[in-house]
Design a protein around this ligand. Structure first.
Ligand code: TRP
Length: 367
């Protein structure tokens, strides 16, 4: 996923075929309509691995969408997937710090802990126990075929591939099904995991449901997420050092954008295919300003890259100012952060206990 044009997100290597993605897109459009009509019918679960602070790519790709669904009236669960960090590395580094940063990022962008549940899966034993019956429902061949897992193995920094690498998509099914979420906003790289989740739900219901369904078959909601490039012209990513973090200061943001890759043409125009770096900067300014990239480009005209970068810096800093102010205020109060997580974990545990109870009853294992 390196030099993709911002407005034309195409499949990452090994992603589900174009057809799978096209079908998911079509379903997502229909889902949006149903969400508008009756948001209260939706229970949403999504989340991230705690491996570092979130950045503008996350914000416009998914965070903004999470808050939108919450504010429309859907019930939102955000999982901080701490166990999942161990899929491609031996040790989860600086975990408490990264977990706290994720909670902070969510509070800063508007996730409301009164209405939404933010939790870590390691703190929810009953969720993890679902993994066991779920693993019995999928074959080794199915696990080995997962294109996202294959891709992660190819990029892994480990010399040996762990058993968790192959099984984490089933663990992710437990993340989703423990709360019977029926809607999962994800990027397309997560579609294979959603397919496994739907398979697990269906097979569990078939095998143990005695006519009724214990689990819903959750739907993927693919956002129309624009793909933002990082300052080096490749996809903005936590691990590439090319990201503008939500938590970055205004001066740091200016410095990062000043150093961003562009091209030598003076006239600024929105041309994602031929000028991906300039297009991505235009898109970023446009997202912040609520305008189209073409409008932003027209405002700059022949003033060149330096003017473009000034516009982008101002737009980003202005847009992020209230988010950053909230983030800084919450960061002062570690006790509050811990309380949010404690309460989220408690809520998640209550939900997971209930679901595990149903699962054991369905399996005739409730003695
Ligand atoms: N796999 C996701 C990622 O790497 C994180 C994640 C864990 C997740 N559990 C989830 C996403 C459940 C959606 C639903 O970003």
């Amino acid at each position: 996923m390196s030099t993709l044009a911002p407005s034309l997100p195409s499949s990452p290597p090994g992603a589900p075929g174009a057809l799978g993605t096209a079908a998911a897109r079509a379903r997502s459009a229909g889902l949006e309509e149903r969400i508008r009509q009756d948001p209260g019918r939706f229970r949403v679960l999504t989340g991230d691995r705690p491996t570092g602070r979130l950045h503008l790519g996350h914000y416009f790709g998914t965070l903004r969408n999470r808050v939108r669904l919450q504010d429309l009236g859907a019930e939102l669960f955000v999982i901080v997937a701490d166990y999942q960090v161990l899929t491609d590395r031996d040790v989860a580094d600086r975990l408490p710090e990264h977990v706290e940063e994720l909670v902070l990022d969510h509070l800063a962008v508007g996730v409301d802990p009164e209405r939404s549940t933010v939790f870590t899966h390691s703190a929810v034993p009953a969720l993890n126990q679902l993994l066991l019956p779920f693993l019995s429902l999928v074959s080794v061949a199915e696990l080995q075929r997962n294109p996202t897992v294959k891709d992660e193995i190819a990029h892994s920094r480990q010399s040996a591939v762990s058993g968790l690498m192959f099984t984490y998509p089933v663990h992710q099914a437990a993340d989703i099904l423990f709360c019977k979420a029926n809607l999962v906003p994800v990027g397309q790289d997560q579609l294979p995991h959603l397919e496994i989740t739907r398979t697990v739900a269906r097979r569990f219901n078939d095998r143990y449901g005695s006519g009724g369904a214990v689990f819903p078959e959750p739907e993927a909601l693919l956002s129309e997420a624009p793909l933002l490039l990082g300052t080096d012209g490749t996809k903005m990513s936590k691990s590439r050092g090319n990201a503008i973090q939500l938590a970055a200061g205004a001066d740091e943001t200016a410095r990062l954008i000043r150093g961003a890759k562009t091209d030598s043409q003076r006239h600024i125009a929105y041309d994602p295919a031929d000028r991906p770096e300039v297009a991505s900067l235009l898109l970023l300014a446009a997202l912040c300003q609520g305008r189209t990239p073409e409008e932003v480009a027209a405002g700059i005209g022949s003033a060149g890259s330096a003017a473009l970068k000034r516009t982008v810096t101002e737009s980003v800093n202005e847009y992020l100012a209230p988010i950053r102010a909230r983030r800084a205020a919450y960061a002062e109060d570690r006790g509050y952060l811990r309380r949010i997580l404690r309460e989220g974990n408690e809520r998640a545990r209550a939900v997971a206990d209930r679901t595990l109870g149903e699962v054991r009853a369905a399996m005739n294992a409730d003695y």
